[in-house]
Design a protein around this ligand. Structure first.
Ligand SMILES: C[S@@+](CC[C@H](N)C(=O)[O-])C[C@H]1O[C@@H](n2cnc3c(N)ncnc32)[C@H](O)[C@@H]1O
Length: 247
């Protein structure tokens, strides 16, 4: 375990580590698990993430990651297990926000409800630069499945939009091959109270963690890959102690 400012980081497997956390100890879950998407058939899904999610010219820039090759049934079962543990460690009134894509949206909404959460809706991430497809609709959106433990404790009296438009990060600038835009995470955190504790069991390069530290929230992050764990630590160190950037 590593402590960096308000962030507590664990290197290891999400489900087994969440199981060690106390009941009702976090205010929100914001996470971007492996989608196990990117193909209709087993052969396509079994391709490594670097082939599924990166342009050929961007390949080998980022480390591969595990857990992206489950079929629909095992993805739903696996997601139900960790999201149920997230439910246990969440306080009453906590919110849960989980990224997914169009293929896995039904599986993810099922898993969230199997895990005990009340499914309250979907936030749309509109990606204006999505690749056009001849004669078809662009796959221009990813989704954030939104659930609540019991009744949401409103953090304020504002009304938030349900669609956010943010460009994807250019491949050359990414720390992680599926890195989410920081402004999008800031938008999602709007539903959580200031000073709260946010858990991300699949933190990757810690975009959620960086957004939490920048907005004075506590962060608990878990990451399996040693390369991405290291990258997350370095990133959060710079956010927590900006003076070290040029030293
Ligand atoms: C989609 S990426 C998250 C990217 C992140 N949102 C970012 O902006 O950098 C999912 C991450 O989950 C990690 N992962 C996969 N299976 C895991 C597991 N069972 N436990 C913990 N981390 C896992 C992968 O190594 C990968 O870095």
């Amino acid at each position: 375990m590593i402590q960096i400012g308000r962030a507590t980081l664990h290197r290891g497997e999400a489900l087994s580590l969440i199981r060690t956390m106390p009941d009702e100890s976090v205010d929100a879950i914001v996470t971007d698990p492996p989608y196990s998407s990117g193909g209709l058939h087993t052969g396509q899904r079994q391709r490594p993430p670097g082939v599924k999610y990166q342009n050929s010219d961007a390949r080998r820039r980022h480390a591969e990651f595990h857990g992206d090759n489950r079929d629909q049934r095992s993805f739903t079962l696996w997601a139900s297990l960790w999201i149920a543990e997230c439910y246990r460690v969440a306080k009453a009134g906590a919110s849960c926000m989980v990224f997914t894509d169009w293929r896995q949206l039904p599986a993810m909404t099922d898993a969230m409800q199997i895990g005990g959460w009340t499914w309250r809706g979907i936030v749309v991430w509109d990606k204006p630069s999505a690749r056009p497809i001849l004669g078809e609709f662009r796959r221009q959106c990813e989704y954030v499945v939104f659930g609540v433990k019991g009744r949401l404790m409103p953090a304020h009296r504002r009304c938030l939009p349900g669609v956010y438009r943010h460009s994807i990060i250019a491949h050359q600038k990414r720390r992680h091959m599926t890195e989410k835009p920081m402004p999008l995470i800031h938008d999602l955190l709007e539903v959580t109270p200031p000073g709260c504790t946010v858990l991300d069991p699949f933190m990757g390069s810690a975009t959620t963690g960086a957004a939490c530290l920048k907005t004075n929230r506590n962060f608990i992050g878990i990451e399996l890959s040693p390369e991405y764990f290291q990258s997350a630590c370095e990133r959060l160190e710079l956010v927590a102690n900006p003076s070290t950037e040029n030293s």
